[in-house]
Ligand binder design. Structure first.
Ligand code: GLN
Length: 475
């Protein structure tokens, strides 16, 4: 039996009856990784990591792969940046504690990502680009590209990613897997290395909707260590997997069907809408008039917060420190100059600029006001609708190298995902078709704050009535 191909909900009963052991699952994963990861590069291989399996791996029940920006005690956590080289956190993030308490084993190798989660393609990783398992010449999306690619290629059973402006959903869409960005405040961010603190959320990336709901059950909940965590009851999300959307009201934002959207993506979405209608949902056009400002607003707020969060990396406390420096200031400068990659530097410069005296009101403050308008657009729609569906990204996975020299083009690929972070609402991406060339297409389902059950209900119903999630890349 090829255990690496199974989902957690398929493996757990086999573990319970002792038909298989946790060690069997790990062995299956290691041999899969050894045979294909030199092509995919979903996992980070640091210096001295010559082979997978030289460090002792704890065996719990089902192993889980963790993005390189979530702190794992004693296990390198470097945000795929040179500046955090060698950093081993002295503590576990709250989500890691929860996974361990649930009996899962934390996989010893971390998932590749864009440096500090800055990017939409995983091309900004210090450890090299991850390749999309469906077409190795294409990007897996980003920034959680390693997490999505390893799940898609059966190099992991399931994984955690983080989503500040689409970093779980867009790679899930490019790799044909299921990724959820929970409501802001649903999952503790304690131990997630901060990018933009008013937007960041940790979330599950899985092979199907059931596994996604199971994983959210484990990681959600109030945490006194995260002041943005919200104290509301955690539902059992698997209870909403009912295969029934009769009478639900679904909105489709007219502003999302714009020029630049790939025709095959549009076609797949149209068919998905028809499917949901045939299953009894009521689908109507809605308007989110301020969507057009989402990209500029996001890139002002996210860079402002990033420039502040990244100030702590100066060679004193964590990771890399430049050698041959004259004095303290010189050490700071050389460490940051040599330690950060180009995109990180671009964001620090942009963020510092929009927060600077004289520009703060014109950029940062104005962006915060427009953010409120974007949130109000959603509030209005959710008064009458249970959820909103839209594409996850305007195109399928693009070619490696296609957008690296044009940051604006790269930023535009986030057009459908970032409003969700600005509004703090939850959203999922799940497979809804393939292009003629065989690339996965993702559909996004959004709902109001803490309505993850509604999202899972619609996603599960759609999944159970389609076969997209059953296709696997031929690698
Ligand atoms: N692609 C977006 C960016 O580059 C989102 C990244 C993320 O969600 N971490 O900022």
């Amino acid at each position: 039996m090829e255990l690496h191909k199974l989902t957690a909900h398929e493996l757990i009963p086999k573990l319970e009856t002792k038909e298989i052991s946790a060690e069997d699952i790990l062995q299956a994963l290691y041999s899969r990784i050894k045979s294909i990861d030199s092509k995919v590069n979903a996992y980070v291989r640091r210096q001295n990591d010559s082979s997978f399996r030289d460090s002792p791996q704890e065996t719990g029940t089902v192993p889980i792969t963790i993005k390189d920006n979530i702190c794992t005690q004693g296990l390198n956590t470097e945000c795929c940046s040179k500046i955090l080289g060698g950093f081993k956190p002295p503590y576990d993030a709250t989500v890691i504690k929860k996974l361990k308490a649930a009996g899962l084993s934390i996989f010893n190798f971390k998932a590749n990502m864009d440096e500090f989660a800055f990017g939409s393609s995983t091309e900004n990783s210090f450890f090299g680009t991850t390749h999309n398992p469906w077409d190795l010449e294409r990007v897996p999306g980003g920034s959680s590209g390693g997490s999505a690619a390893c799940v898609a290629a059966d190099e992991a059973i399931w994984a955690l990613g983080s989503d500040t402006g689409g970093s779980i959903r867009q790679p899930a869409s490019f790799c044909g897997v299921v990724g959820l960005k929970p409501t802001y405040g649903r999952v503790s961010r304690y131990g997630l290395i901060a990018f933009a603190s008013s937007l960041d959320q940790i979330g599950p990336i899985t092979k199907d909707v059931r596994d996604n709901a199971m994983l959210l059950n484990i990681i959600s909940g109030y945490d006194a260590l995260d002041s943005t965590s919200i104290n509301t009851a955690v539902q059992d999300y698997t209870k909403s997997l009912t295969n029934d959307v009769k009478g639900l009201k679904i909105g489709v934002p007219k502003e999302y069907f714009v020029e630049g959207m790939d025709k095959e993506v549009e076609g797949a979405l149209q068919e998905a809408i028809n499917k949901l209608k045939s299953l009894g949902a009521e689908v109507k056009e809605v308007s989110l008039p301020h969507s057009k400002y989402a990209v500029p607003v996001y890139y002002i707020i996210a860079t402002a917060e990033a420039s502040s969060n990244l100030a702590r990396f100066d060679g004193v406390q964590y990771g890399f420190r430049a050698q041959q420096t004259q004095n303290l200031i010189d050490m700071y400068k050389k460490t940051r100059g040599q330690g950060f990659g180009d995109e990180a530097k671009r964001r620090i410069i942009l963020g510092t600029f929009v927060l600077s005296h004289g520009y703060y009101d014109a950029y940062y403050l104005r962006a915060l006001k427009v953010r409120t308008l974007i949130k109000q657009d959603f509030d209005k729609v959710f008064k009458d609708f249970d959820c909103i569906i839209a594409p996850t990204a305007p195109t399928p996975a693009f070619k490696i190298g296609e957008k690296v020299s044009d940051p604006l083009k790269m930023y535009l690929s986030d057009i459908y995902t970032i409003s969700v972070n600005l509004a703090g609402i939850p959203a999922i991406s799940l497979p809804c078709g393939f292009t003629k060339a065989g690339l996965p297409i993702g559909m996004q389902i959004m709902s109001k704050p803490f309505a993850e059950e509604m999202i899972y209900r619609v996603a599960y119903t759609y999944e159970q009535n389609t076969d997209w999630h059953k296709s696997k890349p031929k690698i």
